[in-house]
Design a protein around this ligand. Sequence first.
Ligand SMILES: [Zn+2]
Length: 288
Amino acid sequence: MRYLLLLLFLPNLFACTQQGKAQPEQVNLQGGSTKLPKEKYQKTVADSVKPVAVKDTPAQPKPKPEFSVEYIMGKFDPAQHPDFVPVDKKYADGEGYYLRKETYASFVKMHNAALADGITLSIISATRNFAKQKSIWEAKWTGARKIENGANAAKKYPDAKNRALKILEYSSMPGSSRHHWGTDIDLNDLDNYTFEQGPGKKVYDWMVKHAHEYGFCQPYSKKSEDGRNTGYNEEKWHWSYMPIAKKLTDLAARTMTDDMIGGFKGAETAVKIGIVEKYVLGVNPDCL
Ligand SMILES: [Zn+2]
């Protein structure tokens, strides 16, 4: 009898044990009479499936990049751009120049400080967009405009790459010029010799000493084997407003490739020459 009773109870005993073990899992899976509140449980499941999603925070719109590749390549009209202002003719050799507002504000301060020291800084070129640079480049490319040594590049350099390299001593390919950016200016005269003696030297010496106080840097410094050894020749007249130009140089380094450069005569040489690496980024290390 004892054995019979024991046999009758044994299956129940096992059943209870198994049920006891299985119960919490079943409850959890069904979400029924669980110890976790339903809300919390659902959140736990959601979190385990999508750990990145934070339900309580609304989706943030991606911050818009400050500058686009189109901007870097000068594909806009500075006269219509909200961040640009015309340069007053008292600071320039004429009218029709545009700069970014920040560049202009700092230039005016620098101009006034220089004037107080008896130095005149006059803008002779400012923002040039892609279309403007294309007209300069193609005039040199076709020989309609002589290059710096007085030669007709089309006649003297029939090989496309050689011709491009010759023009590149002082002129940028459209799409790759710092003059697109609204941060760069040419001052007083497009001739290094002007700045090496007489009143021009005083101007240059003043700039070397003080331009950095206003955020300006000379990107096309003297070339040397251990310093800047690629890119344009030295330009003592060309100055960049670094607080913005630096951002644009960094962006160009990350996003620009030679095959993006096109839409003008001779553009096929851009890849062979390596315009981005050698010219866009081939600047004075102090201006990087
Ligand atoms: Zn320039």
